[in-house]
Design a binder for this molecule. Structure first.
Ligand code: NDP
Length: 240
């Protein structure tokens, strides 16, 4: 297959599983990460998937980075906006830095990456953009006003860009994962995590494979009638 897929935050956690699943399905895949060089190197050695390094919160870095991916691998047909961080604090203790870091990384990145990929997609008359939101963007969460705002913002962005792009055979969809077994969730204290798992009807955390199968479905050329949608993958924890 000639299609090129670019996965932000593709060197660890959900993004790594998404990148591998796309590679195994025949896509030419590139990943972007920011700072964990050891994890990126281990991922590259294990999978042979190309790894690029830039800050997706930086618009110019995204423009240059996408140019580099396109010159080395090919035009980006499938963009998975997956990179994300948490800086949790209840609002009365949240610093402006915690607010801005999460908004710029989790929501600003979706603009930065999509804006720099969309013109090529429009010219070529094909594109698949998959934005990774969160169950906590749908329902809110204590200590995550920044994260929930960014993840909810992704849903409005997804619908708007889907409308703008529909006539160009570009679909734009969101996935809202529930709690998954990654480094991000490993940072949650065990007693809190036990309570979270107890509240998940299927009785377990999600994993990369649970999310990657949805990305594969949406990335397919045949998924052209599905756009502007949000797909929940949360083990039944929240039903919108
Ligand atoms: P991880 O913390 O395991 O991995 C995050 C990835 O994003 C890493 O590759 C990291 O790079 C990269 N990244 C972070 N910031 C930047 C940046 N500024 N520029 C470029 N790359 C960056 O996260 P998860 O796999 O757990 O989460 C993936 C996505 O899924 C996130 O958007 C998250 O909000 C969302 N999500 C996760 C859930 C979960 O339970 N895990 C639940 C719901 C949503 P590096 O390694 O270099 O730091």
């Amino acid at each position: 297959m000639d299609r090129v897929a670019l996965v932000t935050g593709g060197t660890r956690g959900l993004g790594a599983a998404i990148a591998v699943a796309l590679r195994d399905a025949g896509y030419r895949v590139a990943t972007v990460h920011r700072s964990n060089v050891d994890a990126a190197q281990a991922f590259r050695e294990k999978t042979s998937i190309p790894v690029f390094c830039w800050d997706v919160a930086d618009f110019s870095a995204c423009r240059e980075g996408i140019r580099q991916v396109e010159s080395e691998i090919g035009p980006v047909d499938i963009l998975v906006n997956n990179a994300g961080i948490t800086r949790d604090a209840v609002l009365h203790r949240m610093t402006p830095e915690q607010w801005s870091a999460v908004i710029l990384t989790n929501l600003g990145s979706v603009f930065n990456m999509s804006r720099n990929a969309i013109e090529g997609m429009r010219e070529r008359g094909f594109g698949r953009i998959v934005n990774i939101s969160s169950v906590n963007g749908e329902r809110g969460q204590i200590g995550q006003a920044n994260y929930a705002a960014a993840k909810a913002g992704i849903l409005g962005f997804t619908k708007s860009l889907a409308l703008e792009s529909a006539r160009k055979n570009i679909t734009v969809n969101a996935i809202a994962p529930g709690y998954c077994d990654t480094d991000m969730v490993a940072a949650v204290p065990k007693e809190v995590l036990d309570k979270i798992v107890a509240g998940i009807p299927v009785g377990r955390l999600g994993n990369g494979g649970d999310i990657a199968r949805l990305v594969l479905f949406l990335a397919d050329d045949a998924a052209s009638f599905i756009t502007g949608a949000t797909f929940d993958a949360n083990g039944g924890q929240f039903m919108a």
